[in-house]
Design a protein around this ligand. Structure first.
Ligand code: WTA
Length: 642
């Protein structure tokens, strides 16, 4: 957590006031916001209890928050519920029954639409099939799928029967997939033959086969394969099953499992600064309450909205705000399979215009990419249906903010920069549609959420002083622990600064209490909004026989925010295998993609005779980063005598 804190970057003076109509119609208006803030201050538990009362429960909780064993907090203990009851079952009894739940567009142009009732029937079919395969409450189901309707259906079916789902982004390699399989030991894996990305067919099933090669039989008893892209697939008997065959005979009615509020819902792996990916565990009750409330406040959904989020369901944004949050709110979700710039830079705008999207939630990296292509692409399409814009994943910066607001949002739509994490499950710091907006700022913490900026001892950093982002009170959608690693959870988040949750980000707070997030406090890379662990890339590099040691740091990138730069100590005799340094560099870049996944790209590799270490032997990435970027290296006390 030692880093060079930046007290203040460029001061941004521009402010944007909300349109009167937005203020009038907002779900969370001025009066509601004041009341919510007052209640959250005076009676924090009652505040969240009222949010919980907005959901359907099978039985009420005994206790709102059980904080008897910190940091292992429990929310709504004793309550019985199921997120899927709120996301699906309850809609079938209302006018939402015949409303569109999902509009899916494939990269090659095809479109499939599901009403809530149709989605319900599909989910029930798959739930029955999974039960037929012997899946029980608490069993893990690993989902390795691109954005398809079946991805949403599988997520809901798994939760409906009480299984613990874990999605693995379809850009991960066989090695990364295997690591996750070995950690969570899924009974079932659901995948696809292949999918379309940037005009190519990506073969997915073969990655699963490679990941499972040699695995013992108590794991992944069945692999369910969705047939999407007509890829010829080796079906291993009797393990592999066609999704379409499996559900054909199943009844479109299935009971929803009654879960305890604290029963696990999903496990999502994310990267830390050290070691292997961490499996964050989320539960039914608190997660559904937190996600539902924050989605309604921030995205301000109305019954007529059409919502498009460009995140892949495999990331936390996809869980909370592509699938679970929007469906709990009864929204129509547009899900797009492919690359946002395929076949050209206006694909996203064509989708917005085609369906009449009203809310668009995306990432700074995509905004910067679209900005580079210029405003002629959005100008070709009717974007007048848009009424709200959102951003997530990395600091957006004032210029992309203003471009997005002006050219996509007609200088009218609120543009909300939401700060949160896989660990938080829900939005934590974000403006509301009624807020005064400052380009590049994520605004203030939401009601019921206490985020602050502190120095390394936990004291408030003071206005405009850079510091560590911490959360002072538990919140309902917080991750409960790391899969099979309570101690690791405690160490990673609750012991860095005693008594508070340590988010791993640095930020400053201005005189109005607006947050300006600056990036990670640890060595984690954020490439295009994707968290990449340096230790994982280093391990991949050192697995190559020409590499003795490697250090990986993030360097600034004008599009993706950050890019990976690697420092490598070569093995003796590397030049017997490679004719030149360039050839070795190419081989290493390809090797990392193969080891970790095609979405992990390395910008540059530099060769060194040795790397700087702490006395305890850890690589000092911070020193390399300081040399590279000219920034102050921060507290180097751990550099010790070196
Ligand atoms: C970063 C994504 C600045 C941050 C929801 C955080 C952001 C990490 C923002 C979590 C934002 C996310 N402004 N930085 N609006 N949103 N981050 O777990 O460093 O994939 O710790 O969750 O992304 O990434 P994760």
């Amino acid at each position: 957590m030692e880093t060079g804190l930046v007290d203040s970057l460029l001061r941004e003076e521009r402010v944007f006031r909300p349109q009167p109509q937005v203020v009038r119609e907002a779900n969370m208006g001025q009066a509601e916001l004041k009341a919510a803030q007052t209640l959250a201050r005076q009676d924090y538990r009652l505040f969240w209890e009222e949010r919980a009362a907005e959901m359907d429960w099978f039985a009420k909780w005994d206790q709102v928050l059980d904080d008897s064993n910190p940091p292992f907090y429990k929310w709504f203990s004793g309550g019985k519920c199921n997120l899927v009851h709120n996301a699906l079952d309850r809609h079938i009894l209302t006018v939402n029954k015949n409303k569109l739940a999902v509009i899916w567009e494939g990269e090659s142009g095809e479109c499939r639409k599901y009403t809530y009732y149709e989605l319900y029937r599909e989910v029930c079919r798959l739930a029955n099939a999974l039960r037929g395969l012997g899946v029980q409450k608490g069993d893990r189901i690993l989902i390795y799928l691109p954005p398809l309707p079946e991805t949403v259906i599988t997520m809901l079916a798994a939760a409906k029967i009480g299984a613990v789902q874990t999605l693995v982004f379809a850009g991960y390699s066989a090695r990364s997939l295997r690591e996750r399989i070995e950690s969570c030991r899924p009974k079932i894996i659901v995948t696809a033959d292949g999918f379309y990305r940037n005009g190519r067919v990506i073969n997915l099933k073969s990655v699963v086969d490679e990941a499972l090669f040699g695995e013992d039989a108590d794991c992944a008893e069945s692999v369910i394969v969705v047939h999407r892209a007509g890829v010829e697939t080796d079906m291993v008997e009797p393990r592999d099953l066609r999704y379409e065959d499996l559900i054909r005979q199943e009844s479109p009615q299935a009971p929803t499992e009654v879960m305890d509020a604290e029963d696990p819902l999903f496990l999502l792996y994310t990267s830390g600064a050290t070691g292997k990916p961490k499996g964050l565990l989320h539960t039914h009750g608190g997660y559904m309450v937190g996600v539902h409330a924050t989605y309604r406040w921030v995205m301000d959904v109305k019954p007529t909205d059409l919502y498009l989020c460009t995140a892949d369901p495999g990331w936390i944004t996809g869980h909370s705000y592509v699938v679970f949050g929007p469906l709990m709110a009864g929204t129509t979700v547009v899900l797009y399979e492919g690359h946002p710039l395929y076949p050209q830079a206006d694909r996203l705008w064509a989708i917005v215009a085609r369906y009449g999207v009203t809310i668009l939630y995306t990432t700074p990296t995509l905004i910067r990419m679209l900005m580079r292509y210029g405003s002629q692409y959005p100008r070709k399409h009717d974007l007048s249906t848009l009424r709200l814009l959102g951003s997530v994943g990395e600091p957006i910066g004032p210029e992309p903010w203003v471009w997005f607001h002006k050219y996509i949002g007609r200088s009218e739509c609120p543009l909300l920069d939401t700060w949160w994490q896989t660990e938080t499950g829900m939005f934590m710091v974000s403006p509301l549609p009624i807020s005064l907006l400052k380009p590049g700022s994520a605004g203030r913490p939401l009601p019921g959420v206490e985020v602050d900026v502190v120095d390394r001892h936990g004291n408030p950093a003071g206005h405009d002083k850079g510091g560590f982002v911490v959360i002072r009170k538990p919140w309902p959608a917080m991750a409960r622990t790391l899969w099979n690693d309570d101690q690791g959870y405690r160490q990673a988040y609750w012991e860095k600064i005693p008594g508070v949750y340590f988010a791993g980000d640095v930020a400053r707070k201005d005189e109005d209490g607006y947050f300006w997030f600056q990036g990670r406090a640890d060595d984690v890379l954020n490439i295009g909004g994707h968290r990449i662990g340096p230790a994982e890339v280093e391990a991949a590099l050192t697995a190559h026989k020409s590499v003795v040691e490697a250090a990986v740091i993030g360097v600034p990138d004008s599009i993706k925010g950050e890019a990976a730069k690697c420092f490598v100590v070569r093995a003796e005799g590397w030049n017997k295998d490679y004719d030149s340094e360039d050839e070795l560099i190419m081989a290493l870049k390809a090797h990392v993609k193969r080891e970790l996944g095609p979405f992990v790209s390395i910008r540059a590799i530099a060769f060194r005779e040795q790397l700087p270490h702490t006395k305890s032997g850890k690589i000092l990435r911070r020193l390399l980063k300081a040399e590279e970027t000219g920034a102050a290296p921060g507290d180097l006390s751990s550099l010790e005598e070196e």
